[in-house]
Structure formats: C-alpha cells, structure tokens
Write a protein that binds this ligand. Sequence first.
Ligand SMILES: Nc1ncnc2c1ncn2[C@@H]1O[C@H](COP(=O)(O)OP(=O)(O)OP(=O)(O)O)[C@@H](O)[C@H]1O
Ligand SMILES: [Mg+2]
Length: 241
Amino acid sequence: MSEMAAQIAKAIFVGNIKGGVGKSTLTVYLTEYLRHRFKRQSVVLIDTDPQGTSFELMEPKSKNGDVRFLPVGDRYDGVNMSTLDGVLRRLLAQNENIAVVDTGAGKLGSFWQLAFLCNTLLVPTSMSWADLRPTIDFIKEIDERKSDLRSVTPHVVVVPNRVSPHQRNFQPITDALKEVNAILAPPISELSAARNSSPNFSGLDGVGGTRFHREIERLGEFLVEYVISGELDRIYAETAN
Ligand SMILES: Nc1ncnc2c1ncn2[C@@H]1O[C@H](COP(=O)(O)OP(=O)(O)OP(=O)(O)O)[C@@H](O)[C@H]1O
Ligand SMILES: [Mg+2]
C-alpha cells in the first residue's frame, strides 16, 4: 500500500482578519504546487471572497470543478453558505482530496463555521507590527473558540509573507507567536513578478528559477509533511490525551 493511500482528505483555510497580507497569492501558488505534487489527487480551490481574486487567476488554469467561486458575505449568505458547507463536506468525505479555501479580509458571515470545518488555518502576515498585531489578536480569538469547542483543529500555521530577501531575524514573529497556539511556517519573500495580474497569470511557471518559487516549494513541502500527512493531527491527539 502506498504512503498516500491512507491519507484522509484535508481542507486548508487561508484566512486573516487583516486584508492584503497575501491570502489569495498564497492560495493560488500553493494550489498549483499541490496539483503538481499530487497528480492523482484532486486539489480544489474554493474562493469565498466576493472579490474573486483567486478564482479569476486560477480558473483558466483549472480543470472543470477544480475551482469554485462561492462568495460568502452579508449579501450572499445563506444560499452560498449552505452550498459551500455541502461542497466542503462532500470533498472531505472522500479520501485524499485536498481543498484550499481563500477568504476575504475580516470575518464576514459564517467565517467561523467555515474555519471549523477545515483541518488547518493558514495565516499569512507581513513582519510589520501593523499586520502582526491584528494577526495575533485574530489567532487569540481562534484559540478561545477552539477551547470553547474543545477542538484541536483548525491547526494554525502562520506564514511570514513579503519578507525582505535580506531578512535574517525572525525573532519578533517568534516572540509574538509565543502568546498563541500556532506553528511558524517557512517564509515567503517579496517578489514583484509574483504580483497577481489576470488574465495573463502564469502561476508557478511565471516565477520559475526565483527564490520565491523555491520558497513556495518549501512551504508546500512543509504543508505536505505536517498537514496533509496528518502529522499535526497525531501530535495534537497525543497532547490532548
Ligand atoms: N510575496 C509577495 N511578493 C510580492 N507581492 C505580493 C506577495 N504577496 C502578495 N503580494 C501582492 O500584495 C497584494 C495583496 O496580496 P493578496 O491579494 O494576495 O492579499 P489578500 O490577503 O488576498 O488581500 P484581500 O484581503 O484583499 O483578499 C497583491 O497585489 C499581491 O500581488
Ligand atoms: Mg484576497
């Protein structure tokens, strides 16, 4: 039996109350990376942001059904939330499926309901305090909800994004994360070519050979090792016992 055969489905929710931190950017590049990595598994991108950024970028590059636009907001709630809930549950009922869920800034509508359907919450942030402070408060709120619900998921994985290529010192973010229950992922640096521009978005091919490309691969492998493989589930199951 292959290593992959036992893998249960995983949903990765990309969210942060802070806008413009790279949620949609990481969503599209990671979806592409995981599709290359797991050729036989379905990697579905679900864009819940009414702006539709990641849907627009990935739609031309996706097979039918592999990218969904299900905007959740005040205006759309209800209809789309129950569709979304159903889509996610169906995806997760089938072994080996992977879903990556992009969200808008803030906590619109049924944000928490959605987040708690997912195994992992990927939280991009820059290293600036203007982004780090609200990010930490956001994770504190997740921690409170997890403890209320006695749930170990979603696991929170913080990704430093738009890091200067010369950045060496990650102490400020390491210190900030001591206040919350979160894991620090390897960083992604600033790359002007990574800026999303539909309709000619060329994805990973468009950033080939760059440091950014290698970092997306490294982050993707980090997610494979800890999230997709179920390693975080095992670690937290042990600490809960
Ligand atoms: N690593 C990076 N290098 C260069 N530009 C980046 C990087 N990450 C994000 N950007 C750019 O920063 C801007 C905001 O990124 P993005 O749209 O991914 O953020 P977001 O969190 O999805 O925003 P929103 O809250 O509006 O949905 C975009 O123009 C994007 O191209
Ligand atoms: Mg976005």
